[in-house]
Design a protein around this ligand. Structure first.
Ligand code: KG4
Ligand code: ZN
Length: 425
């Protein structure tokens, strides 16, 4: 089946079209995904100026970009057919106008697009309906609902965190298999991916969806979440630990701001920490706390760590590059210690056979390595996404929608769901 994925939960606008197949049943069941078109537009350049993401600004950007990205995605998939029919949209126009009642410009863009194109051969739309920034989610959800009505196809509401889990289970199925670095989604621009193209080592078009051994533990670390999730079976999630205050990504972003580094903080902290590591200096000016590392539960806290960085920096009237590098390095070390210790406890407590890690922060190479090493020591299976597929994208949403539809079937739920900023797994 062909599924269109739509992602607008934060500051990336993603539209991705996949063709997914399932063959065999029971143990012999195999799921394959072909990426037909994949477009991602990052708003980072816009939010960078303000040091963070403003929900209403993100929403406006999504509304502006959704139709152009959809058009590009269909073109890439060779599914964009112009219509010679000048009759207009008929009764559908009123319906989609009502759905997009608060999105006047998006409605006009979509109307123009629908009038000039024929309905593509797509079976369903998977859209992120939470968690995330509610205004940003809202625009994606209403857009998906309007498209569903216009094309008369069902919508699969999809949980963003399930998307991050699924991103870790995608394994390139072609020549890229032999290469250490595989598919690359574009950052800060629009991806270009051709159906049927031979994998160049930078992009993958065909994926196998890995089967995992249960129970599994998932560690999800993003800008909005830090969660440990127990997965007893397909789609059976139980949150066994979460942050009491800041999410890890949020802590990266805030510490970066204290150091005068731009948003998003993760890649900046990673760069500075790496520069310090390469200096191999024996100096240790800073020692930061590992909050809740010894608590009996599986919860996290990062605000104390952030405050400790803040107070340490106050002692220095000028922040030299060296100080920034050392702080970034020591901050990351503290984060890694906490993540590894808590995740290991979760694995041991629940006798997990697999560890899945996901979310934007797992783009950090040292965090990836530390968790991989711990999994190897415990002799359990380890799944992580490609670095470029760690941050938000629509491929993960399309695939999560496909897996969900396989188990629950695809129903048109347009009236039955809404955007939910605090949606839980
Ligand atoms: O999953 P994601 O793209 O969006 C949310 O769902 O929140 O995660 C974004 C977070 C940001 O806080 C960003 O600073 C962090 O992921 N991040 C990183 C890296 N790249 C992005 N953190 C550490 N290292 C990175 N290389
Ligand atoms: Zn995310």
């Amino acid at each position: 089946m062909k599924i269109l994925g739509i992602e607008t939960s934060c500051d990336e606008t993603g539209v991705c079209l996949i063709e997914a197949h399932s063959t065999g049943s029971g143990q012999a069941n195999k799921n394959q995904v072909t990426v037909l078109g994949n477009q991602l537009y990052s708003q980072i350049a816009l939010h960078e100026k303000y040091g963070g993401v403003f929900p209403m600004m993100a929403k406006r950007e999504h509304a502006k970009n959704l139709v152009p990205l959809l058009e590009k995605c269909l073109e890439e998939a060779s599914l964009l057919f112009l219509s010679s029919d000048e009759e207009g949209l008929g009764a559908v126009e009123e319906k989609i106008k009502n759905i997009l009642i608060r999105e006047g410009e998006l409605f006009e863009d979509l109307k123009k697009f629908l009038k000039k194109t024929k309905k593509p051969d797509i079976d369903a739309i998977a859209v992120t309906n939470g968690p995330g920034l509610e205004p940003a989610l809202w625009v994606g959800v209403t857009f998906a609902k309007a498209l569903g009505v216009a094309w008369n196809i069902p919508i699969i509401p999809t949980n963003h965190m399930e998307g991050h889990i699924v991103a870790s289970l995608l394994f390139p199925n072609n020549a890229c298999e032999a290469l250490p670095s595989i598919p690359r989604l574009s950052q800060g621009g629009v991806a270009s991916r051709r159906a049927g193209a031979v994998c160049s080592g930078l992009e993958a078009v065909e994926y196998k969806i890995n089967k995992i051994k249960y129970p599994a533990v998932a560690l999800l670390i993003s800008g909005g979440h830090t969660q440990l999730v127990l997965i007893k079976d397909k789609l059976k999630y139980e949150i066994i630990g979460s942050t009491k205050d800041d999410a890890v990504g949020e802590a990266f972003d805030k510490v970066a701001r204290m150091l005068g580094l731009p948003y998003p903080g993760g890649p900046q902290i990673a760069k500075y920490a790496n520069d310090w590591k390469n200096k191999k200096s024996a100096r240790q000016t800073f020692k930061f706390p590992r909050p809740m590392i010894s608590s009996k539960d599986l919860n996290f806290s990062f605000s104390g760590l952030k405050t400790s960085v803040l107070y340490s920096l106050k002692k220095f009237p000028v922040l030299t590059e060296e100080i920034k590098q050392e702080v970034a390095y020591e901050f990351k070390k503290a984060v890694i210690d906490v993540l590894v210790t808590k995740t290991k406890s979760a694995i041991l407590e629940f006798g997990a056979s697999s560890l899945i890690v996901g979310g934007g922060v797992i783009a950090d190479r040292d965090i990836r390595q530390a968790l991989e090493k711990m999994s190897a020591e415990l002799n359990i299976d380890f799944y992580l996404p490609e670095i470029s597929a760690s941050t938000d994208n629509a491929l993960m949403i399309a695939v999560a929608g496909f897996l969900r539809s396989q188990i629950l079937g695809v129903r048109c739920q347009a009236k039955e769901f809404k955007a939910e900023g605090n949606l839980s797994l």
